[in-house]
Write a protein that binds this ligand. Sequence first.
Ligand SMILES: NC(=O)c1ccc[n+]([C@@H]2O[C@H](COP(=O)([O-])OP(=O)(O)OC[C@H]3O[C@@H](n4cnc5c(N)ncnc54)[C@H](O)[C@@H]3O)[C@@H](O)[C@H]2O)c1
Length: 339
Amino acid sequence: MLKIGLIGAGYMGSMHAACYKALVGEGVMIAAVADIRQEYAVKAAEAFQAKVYGDGMELIADGDVDAIDICLPTYMHAEYAAAAMKKGKAVFVEKPVCMKKEEMDLLLKLEEETKAPVMVGQCIRLWSEYAWLKETVSKNVYGKVCSAVFKRVSPAPTWAWEGWLQKAECSGTVAMDMHIHDVDYVRYLLGDPKKMQASVSRDGTGMIQQIFASYDYGNLPVTIEACWDYPEAFPFEMYYRIKFEEATAVFSSAASPSLVVYPKDGGRIVPELEKEFESENDIGGNVSSLGGYYNELKYFTDRIKASEPLTIATLAESVKSVELVLKEIEEVGGMIVNG
Ligand SMILES: NC(=O)c1ccc[n+]([C@@H]2O[C@H](COP(=O)([O-])OP(=O)(O)OC[C@H]3O[C@@H](n4cnc5c(N)ncnc54)[C@H](O)[C@@H]3O)[C@@H](O)[C@H]2O)c1
């Protein structure tokens, strides 16, 4: 059995716990859980009779585990990932991997020194509709990409421990929290843009609540929108629209079917997608299916069990995506601009 130590059992930690439950038949188990809110740790540990810790550092120091999965608030990622790498564990760390230059340098240095396998939770790289798009582009199924639109919009996230998501220095705002998904995916699909432009909408405190980025790939424009302060009843949606030479593909998580291809010469195709793992639990948050979360953790644990390298959502790749978002934030004058 591959033994996992889960640190942080809030929204994403509970989602990961449900994924590990679904992976028991694959030889994976949670052996230890840490959360400073004990009731959350106990709940995630229940199905596995896993050992419960308070602070994540106690688990890293003492836990009898092979891999550490970090689902802590973003501003804590680097410190805990560094400690887990130094302890010689394989590390899965939620996105964004970190937010500061010195943290990126430290983690990359430790990866080199410790050779610890590290994967970052840039989950849409393994989300069915996005995996379909990557393959479709790689195989040139509908010709070259002519333009692309990506979107991720939601009401305000309210579940976070001590409201950390609404503190710019803790979450990096919607830019680093939600927008990073599409930025990372666009880089995965098309590489780094030749030029970039960003604009934002801020709330009364000056904090970014919505961001639009335009990337120029030379006769291939890409726009990316993220917003997390729509009204409470507004449905979460992740979306893309890709114009190829021979067809247009449209994905919306709010539509059924979610993905439709419109060939240039007429008609409509509904691509067959890899079936996603449906959760029996209502974990809350934005997404009910275990979908990409299950896929990424299956990929991570499969690779660790087989002692094979992790090549999707690597630390180096994830750091580059954070750097691009930081450039966007710099271009608009910062995460918070008053007056
Ligand atoms: N991949 C995705 O789609 C996705 C979606 C949501 C969140 N996330 C990421 O997951 C991470 C966690 O977000 P969340 O929404 O689960 O937040 P959350 O607030 O729901 O959970 C964080 C948990 O960490 C615990 N905690 C705080 N300090 C601790 C410590 N020192 N030791 C142990 N536990 C501690 C809190 O008690 C809380 O339960 C963030 O980095 C976020 O960006 C990713």
